[in-house]
Write a new protein. Structure first.
Length: 130
């Protein structure tokens, strides 16, 4: 078996967190939100479109439990912008930067990264392409 890339990640969010998710992932981070089938009741989740080949499924649920240090750390997203551009975009969008690292190791090698938290406590790593 030869894997090519991650197709999707599933994250549970609070049932009343849909608007917050749309604002954070869609407006502040600038990723595409695909929610027509969810809004139509055709599926129980909606998608944050990262690339043509990768999405994050967000599952609104009444049984949401915020992530803790024992069950989740982060999802990493490789982006085209430099660290300076990422930081400027986050600042303009009012997103607090948790930390910046010079060269964390990932699937594409070492590259600088900026870490933020979504409204539900999930850490998102925005990794610059080098």
């Amino acid at each position: 078996m030869q894997a090519r890339h991650i197709d999707h990640v599933n994250l549970r969010i609070p049932a009343d967190g849909v608007d917050d998710a749309r604002e954070f992932y869609g407006e502040r981070l600038g990723f595409g939100i695909e929610d027509d089938p969810y809004a139509a009741g055709e599926k129980p989740f909606f998608d944050v479109r990262l690339t043509p080949e990768a999405v994050v499924h967000l599952w609104p649920t009444d049984s949401f439990e915020p992530p803790t240090a024992t069950n989740y750390d982060h999802v990493a997203v490789l982006v085209e912008e430099s660290i300076a551009e990422i930081e400027a975009e986050l600042d303009a969008a009012g997103v607090e930067i948790e930390k910046t690292l010079d060269s964390p190791l990932g699937a594409t090698g070492e590259a600088p990264a900026v870490y933020v938290r979504d409204p539900f406590g999930y850490r998102v790593e925005l990794k610059a392409r080098v």
